[in-house]
Write a protein that binds this ligand. Sequence first.
Ligand code: GRG
Length: 352
Amino acid sequence: MTSSSASPEISLASRFGLSDRIFAGPGAKKLVSVIEKGLLEVEESMARELDTADPLVDAMARYLFEAGGKRVRPMLVLLTAQLGGGATPAVVDAAVALELMHLGSLYHDDVMDGADRRRGVPAAHKVWGNSTAILVGDLLLSRASRVMGRRGDDAVELQTETFERLVIGQLHETVGAGEGDDPIAFYIQVLSDKTGSLIAAAAQAGAHLSGADAAYRPALREFGEKVGVAFQLADDVIDLSPGADTGKVAGTDLRAGVVTMPYLLLKASEEPADRDLAARIDAGVERIRSGEDASIIDAEIAELRDSAATRRTHELALRWSAEAVEALSVLPRGAVREALTRFARQLADRSS
Ligand code: GRG
């Protein structure tokens, strides 16, 4: 998916799968063409940034970039830049830098989770091994820093603060909640750190670097943090459904012992049936860990998918998204605010 292979008549935004639902309000036609142009610049610039080492290293760094992805973060940078002077070179650099940081984190994340696939292709560590995937992730982070470094202290500060929160979120997820922690509050904080922080950085960067009214920045930060949490809660619901087109097995996270909100709500429930289901899942995950086939908890995954805990997780995703939309009240009414509103609702209410 490099720019060189991009056909101009194919809408980039719709290729990334979000445009129809986001750019549908009044004034959307003009906005979508501006975002399209910006996305094309971001793709071209990313392709250039991924073409500066030797051919083998470049190919490994381009692997997941070319495999796909929704470009949620660049789209958000470009959208909020419309509150100021639009897609200036600084705005495009921020979109590139934040997407490169996201890309680098995906290489690392897949190693840590032992994931088989990413963006519809084998995960990078399945192709080149763990050490290489980690090093390629590091390289992408250094490229991200190089690009953001051109844009001054504020931009660098936003990037480093975000990087730190990604790492802390991932560390907390790895270590797990402690004795005195409320597991649900702890989990929400992890989601906010490892996903909300980067989405919040994207929302702020576009406005800040395009010279938009400074009063928008805290609102956009809150918007991004909350959208990030909603996005991950929606993912927890999606994890329990088999992928219609992808052949993805339902409950991948749960089978691997990764904590998700439906499971946490089940554990917190006082209902005997919920306690029984949680105990069966725990016992099944233990048996999978000691080598039994992951399909031994198929029935429990289906039960959890149809449970009140999963319905409640979906409601929570919608609530976080609604709160994100409320944070936008300081923004002027118009096509940008409308698109951000649709963006928040779409990410919380998607089925894949
Ligand atoms: C090295 C930057 C860095 C971080 C190290 C690995 C790590 C610490 C943090 C993990 C952060 C992470 C991968 C969080 C999950 C974020 C997330 C929601 C990923 C999926 O995002 P999408 O759906 O993916 O936007 P696409 O493929 O569409 O871009």
